[in-house]
Write a protein that binds this ligand. Structure first.
Ligand code: NAD
Length: 284
């Protein structure tokens, strides 16, 4: 079975559009997301453009604050302080990575936790840890919504997460634990990765390594979530998108898998919108 993230994203975005309308009726304004983009990184510009388009689609008003690559730490901090005070802004997103020389963590930490739709602040990460989540990191939150949509049983199942980053692997493991999975976390220092992934009823692969795992890494009828996304050049000069999993090997072997593209990717932006709206509703 293909776990169609595009479809799940569409269903949720339709619901979000209705909730945005209801929010507007109640509050007299639209939920507001501010995106701070520092520098000219082309990939970041595309991500920001996509986020703003997605906001428009569901009825979230967005503002973009562009700062030059030479902006100082203090200048970005000033921008965050102003947006923290702005009553029309419910979510503030600092697009990462920042240009060289700038430190991201002290800046993301300045974002008011009740305006942090990426769930990156320590307050929001801590809340997830103690089981009282506010905004949850968008990619793992999106993975949970795909599993929920397709009614993949989680309780008592063994979930294996490959990757332990702050934005994907760690919150992913926490969410699966909260759903009563038995969770194993693997990372670049784990020995014999495949012996660990083979244990998984559900395996979430977020290693950032193109086509790292194939058929020998998964047990029969596992559910595979491929978070990785990489653009590879082909011999004929064109490019293709691949994940962390060699999906072509898994046909007829695993029970379900997210495709790349069209799996986890579309859910990440959707959950950013959902987090922003949740924060807006909490601001009423
Ligand atoms: P990251 O580089 O911060 O973390 C990668 C993690 O994988 C690390 O914890 C590392 O220990 C582990 N790892 C690396 N090589 C490994 C190996 N050989 N065996 C086991 N573990 C290994 O990356 P990230 O930000 O967590 O993102 C992971 C991947 O997901 C990337 O490909 C990224 O592009 C993708 N991603 C996709 C979306 C989306 O919306 N689809 C969102 C976020 C990240």
């Amino acid at each position: 079975m293909i776990l169609d993230g595009k479809l799940v994203a569409k269903v949720r975005r339709d619901q979000l559009a209705q909730r945005c309308e209801a929010f507007k009726k109640k509050s007299g304004r639209r939920p507001g997301l501010a995106v701070i983009l520092v520098g000219e990184d082309p990939a970041s510009q595309v991500y920001v453009r996509n986020k703003i388009a997605a906001c428009n689609e569901v009825g979230i008003s967005s503002v973009e604050r562009r700062l030059s690559a030479s902006a100082t730490q203090e200048k970005i901090a000033d921008e965050i302080r102003a947006l923290n005070e702005d009553k029309n802004i419910d979510g503030i997103l600092l697009q990462l990575p920042l240009p060289k020389g700038l430190k991201a963590e002290p800046l993301t930490e300045m974002i008011r936790p009740d305006k942090d739709p990426d769930g990156l602040t320590m307050d929001n990460l801590g809340r997830l840890f103690v089981g009282r989540p506010r905004a949850i990191s968008c990619t793992p939150f999106g993975v949970m919504k795909i599993l929920e949509h397709y009614q993949i049983p989680l309780e008592g199942r063994h979930a294996v997460v490959v990757g332990r980053s702050q934005i994907v692997g760690k919150p992913m493991a926490q969410l699966l634990l909260a759903a009563n999975c038995t969770v194993t976390i693997c990372h670049s220092k784990s020995h014999d990765l495949e012996s660990l992934t083979l244990l998984g009823d559900i395996v979430v692969v977020a290693a950032g390594r193109p086509e790292l795992l194939g058929k020998s890494a998964f047990k029969k009828d596992a559910v595979v979530i491929d978070v990785g996304i990489h653009r590879l050049s082909k011999d004929d000069g064109t490019t293709k998108l691949v994940g962390d999993v060699r999906a072509q090997e898994l046909d007829g072997w695993v029970k379900a898998i997210t495709p790349v593209p069209g799996g986890v990717g579309p859910m990440t932006i959707t959950m950013l919108l959902e987090n922003t709206l949740n924060l807006a509703e909490a601001h009423l």
